[in-house]
Structures are given as structure tokens and as C-alpha cells.
Design a protein around this ligand. Structure first.
Ligand code: PMP
Ligand code: GLU
Length: 430
């Protein structure tokens, strides 16, 4: 059975045949180098930023981190209690590799109630964060060289995930003036016979853009017309402001539904980033393929996190609304502060918890003897001089912008904006 896929090696000692990979030393061995895939992948800049801030703080520096893409709130108490109970009652064993049946049932009911989407629990997979769900979906659909259309600016992990799955990211750039939402003609122009999917993220990281229903419908119809999947990352779905409405593209027509993988998770809505719990719902065969991959790659997501997730999704949703309300107020506060800083401006976001700070007017000016040539120079100089950490836009395909997270306390927002103002005034003064 295995002979077609593995080398058969002879064990001389036992004179028996085993199936496996040759491990003998000899001149026929491969050189000890890394795979081409891993040589082309860089580590997540957003997570590196978090680590850098932690390191600087450990050195005693008073750094304010606007880089972290995670809620600063503690996970709500009833969710933490459910996890403690799971530990104490022995819910610490392997579960169904695609997630606890009761959790998938609860997600199925939630999706029906919340987004009008009908997925049976068997068409839902729970994984180790939305990250694993996205990676699993890409691995399930991509052959080497297949293309995935990526409206940008986009989250730093998307292009790397596509490459890790053997695909080719095809970036469709958008501008602040377009509200970071592409014209459907630009997306259509990027379609080739190799197009396998579009990777959509609304509300979006890093822009906070929320796609209106009309744009989603055009994209969905294009996918149906040309025959490619839509991977719809909706992890920030609960964080929308100013009357903006989150719509799932999968809800727009039965044809679109059949070609969409809807991805979400617990990290942002329930402040559960460390618990590593996310999910995908989609076509039966695709979710089954993701399940087969997951059964080998990681097995089930942590049992304790799954019981916590069950309490989150079936429990009182007031905690979600309370956190969203706090983010809404912080968004206004940060935008107001930015408006008072000369030469800087911001694109008003409608969702998530990020603001794109436009630093283009500072380019060519000098900070501490360094000519600022890109947003990375701005971010470096700001951190060095004023101990405020922001993420440069280049890795998000947003040159000339920095991403600021307002998932921090009000006083920190005010103080960080004061420091940025002092920094900019210093640059202007020369
Ligand atoms: N999608 C987007 C757009 C994100 O910003 C994040 C941030 N972590 C994720 C997916 C992954 O979330 P997690 O793996 O924590 O569920
Ligand atoms: N998604 C968050 C961010 O963009 C968390 C870090 C990560 O996973 O990239 O900052």
C-alpha cells in the first residue's frame, strides 16, 4: 500500500523489509540545507514587534506599544471559569481532531443566528487559531503555482501563508483614496487561468476597511463567474463602528456560498488571542480535506481552549459588546489626537482596531541625522527617540503608512500621541 509513496528499505540485521525513509549516512545523502520554501519565508513582523517591545520593557524602557494586534482586555471571567472547570473535570484528553462536536454544533447555531449562514457541524472545522484555519484552507485548495488574489494593504501573514502552501500571491493594490477597497475591474484584471481563490478580509487588518455589501456581491459574482474560491477572513466581524455593518460574502447568494470558506475565531471578539482557537466553515469536501491535514499536522486544538470557546459562544454576549464599545471610544480618541499633529493624517477606519497613519509628508525630512525614506525609518526613529512602537506599512503593502493599534488604554493612547507630536515637531524644526 505504501510502496508507491515511500522508499522501501532493507533492514540487514533482521532481514526484514520495512517501509520508511532512508536515513543511512553516505555520499548519496542530500546536503544539509533548508527547503526553498522556508528560505523564502520571513517571520511575522507583527509578532516580532510584540517581542521587541517586551524586550525593551524588560530592559527598563517605558515603551508604549501600538503594534500589538490583540485586545488588551483579560478574557472574560465566565470563559476563564469554563477552562478551569475543564481542567478539573478531566477534559484534558484528545478530542475529535476537527473540534468537539458540541463546539461545532454551537458554532453552526451561531453562524445561522448571527450571519444567516447554514452550515451543518460536519462542514465546520475548529483549529488552532484562525491562522491554522486559513493555512489549512490554502493547503486544501492550492497546487504548486496556483494563484491567490490578495487585495492590499493586507495582513502580513497572508502572502507568506500562500507561499507556504505552494501558491503565488497576486496583489491587487488599493489606495487610501479608494477607502482601501478595490474596484472590481482591478480584481477581474488580476484573474488568470491559474487563479484558485481570492483572500478577502473584512473588517480588514491593517486598514480597518469594511467592505460594503455591493462590493462583496460584485466580488462574489466574479468568483462564481470565473470559478474560484473566496476565502473570507471575518475575524474582526464584531468590531465595526459608525453604523458600518459587517456582511458575510457567503450570505449573498447560494452560488457564492458554495464557493466560500468563511473563517473566524475567538481571539479578537472574546480577547482570547493566547488560547489559539479559530474555525472555518465551507464546502463539505474542502472542510474534510482540512480535517485530514489537521489530523496529522496538529491534531485537535487544545481541549481546554475548546471548552472555553464553547462557554464564549454559548454564553452572554455582553462582554463582546462592551469591548467593542471601548474600542469605538478609543478609535475616536486616537483619531482626534492625530488630527492635532502637524503633517500627519489618518484614514478613518470603520472596523477592527487599527488606524493607518499617513506619514508621507515626513518623507525626505531628517530625524536625528537620519533621512526618513520610508515608514520603516519613521517607525525606527520614533521607537528610538520617543519609545513608541508602531508597525511600518511596507510589510502590509502600505508604503508611506504606519499601522497603529488602539487596543490599549486611553491614557496610553493620549501619552503615545503626545510623544508622536513631540517627535514630529522636532523633525519639522530640523
Ligand atoms: N486574520 C487576521 C486578519 C488577523 O489580524 C489575525 C491576527 N492574529 C488572524 C487572522 C489570526 O488570528 P488567530 O490565529 O489568533 O485566531
Ligand atoms: N493579527 C495580529 C496583528 O496583525 C496579531 C499578530 C499576528 O498574529 O500577526 O498584529
Amino acid at each position: 500500500l505504501l510502496a508507491g509513496k515511500c522508499r522501501i528499505i532493507q533492514n540487514d540485521y533482521a532481514k526484514r523489509t520495512f517501509y520508511g525513509f532512508a536515513v543511512s549516512k553516505g555520499d548519496h545523502c542530500m546536503p544539509l540545507n533548508l527547503s526553498q520554501m522556508s528560505q523564502g519565508i520571513s517571520a511575522s513582523v507583527t509578532l516580532k514587534q510584540n517581542a521587541l517591545v517586551a524586550e525593551l520593557r524588560a530592559q527598563g524602557l517605558d515603551v508604549i506599544g501600538l503594534g500589538a494586534g490583540e485586545p488588551d482586555f483579560n478574557t472574560p471571567e465566565h470563559i476563564r471559569d469554563a477552562a478551569k472547570k475543564a481542567i478539573d473535570t478531566g477534559k484534558t484528553r484528545y478530542t475529535d481532531t476537527s473540534g468537539l462536536p458540541e463546539l461545532r454544533r454551537a458554532i453552526s447555531e451561531f453562524l445561522k443566528r448571527d450571519k444567516g449562514l447554514s452550515y451543518p457541524p460536519s462542514d465546520i472545522i475548529v483549529g488552532t487559531g484562525a491562522k491554522q484555519a486559513i493555512m489549512g484552507a490554502l493547503l486544501a485548495i492550492l497546487n504548486p503555482g496556483d494563484e491567490v488574489i490578495l487585495p492590499a494593504p493586507c495582513w502580513v501573514s497572508y502572502p507568506e501563508m500562500i507561499r507556504m502552501a505552494g501558491g503565488v500571491p497576486v496583489v491587487v493594490h488599493t489606495t487610501a483614496e479608494q477607502g482601501f477597497i478595490p474596484d472590481i475591474q482591478a480584481v477581474a484584471a488580476a484573474v488568470t487561468p491559474r487563479t484558485k481563490a481570492v483572500l478577502l478580509n473584512t473588517p480588514g487588518n491593517p486598514t480597518g476597511a469594511v467592505w460594503p455589501e455591493s462590493a462583496l456581491l460584485s466580488l462574489g459574482n466574479l468568483a462564481v463567474d470565473k470559478g474560484f474560491y473566496i476565502l473570507s477572513d471575518e475575524i474582526y466581524e464584531k468590531l465595526v463602528y459608525d453604523g458600518a455593518k459587517h456582511v458575510s460574502v457567503a450570505a449573498l447568494s447560494p452560488d457564492i456560498f458554495r464557493q466560500t470558506v468563511m473563517i473566524s475565531g475567538f481571539s479578537k471578539a472574546y480577547a482570547m488571542t493566547g488560547w489559539r482557537l479559530g474555525y472555518a466553515a465551507g464546502p463539505h469536501d474542502l472542510i474534510a480535506a482540512m480535517g485530514a491535514y489537521q489530523s496529522h499536522a496538529t491534531g485537535n486544538p487544545t481541549s481546554i481552549s475548546q471548552y472555553a470557546g464553547l462557554a464564549a459562544i454559548t454564553g452572554d454576549q455582553a462582554c463582546v459588546a462592551d469591548m467593542a464599545k471601548a474600542f469605538a471610544a478609543r478609535r475616536i480618541l486616537m483619531l482626534d489626537c492625530i488630527r492635532q499633529i502637524p503633517l500627519l493624517s489618518a484614514v478613518e477606519p470603520q472596523g477592527a482596531f487599527y488606524i493607518m497613519l499617513d506619514v508621507r509628508k515626513l518623507m525626505g525630512k531628517t530625524a536625528d541625522g537620519v533621512v526618513l525614506q520610508d515608514s520603516g525609518d519613521f517607525a525606527d526613529a520614533l521607537l528610538k527617540k520617543c519609545q513608541v512602537a508602531v508597525v511600518p506599512g511596507e510589510p502590509f503593502y502600505a508604503p508611506g503608512f504606519c499601522r497603529l493599534s488602539y487596543a490599549i488604554a486611553n491614557d496610553k493612547i493620549v501619552e503615545s500621541m503626545r510623544r508622536i507630536r513631540v517627535f514630529v515637531e522636532g523633525v519639522i524644526a530640523g
